[in-house]
Design a protein around this ligand. Sequence first.
Ligand code: URA
Length: 210
Amino acid sequence: MQDHLTVVDHPLVQHKLTLMRDKSTPTAVFRQLLREISQLLAYEVTRELEMSVRTIETPLQEMEAPVLAGRKLALISILRAGNGLLDGMLELIPSARVGFVGLYRDEKTLKPVQYYFKVPDQLEKRLSIVVDPMLATGNSSAAAVDLVKQAGAKDIRFLCLLAAPEGVARMKEAHPDVPIVTAALDDRLNDIGYILPGLGDAGDRMFGTK
Ligand code: URA
């Protein structure tokens, strides 16, 4: 991927995102929309996957047909909201390996605190896609990517639903080699680190907590 930031401005993505932003959208619908959008974003983030060819026989003749090359890719979810993106992506890429990074945001400092880390082996040979719906301050995302790099990953992309300019800048400074794919670049953060206009707390909206 060439650009550091790709905004997927496809009409289906934008329509679904508007429904998700609407505070009257119920939890079950929010979750379903997230699953659908995650597949459209996954389509974009995997656009340049390495390919090779395999000889197959169609009912009519032999042909050299394109297939994905290399190791299975790794989807790495930043808990807990990242899990909302996983299900849809796994439907599209069922052979992907899955990892989890547990980070919570200290509400006072807004800094990430790690409580869990488990990722697939041989990350150095895989494309790793780190997923979290909200790229807000960028502190958790940058810390998660730090950990994924420490585990060996060399080819990393970051996929989110919404990004704030502050988070994009933080990621660009910390990880200029990690392209970001998002459905929208919003205006700014408020004084408690929420994205404006945003959609609220993504974890709460997908799991029905408060
Ligand atoms: N996390 C969220 O869930 N929402 C925001 O707006 C920012 C961080």
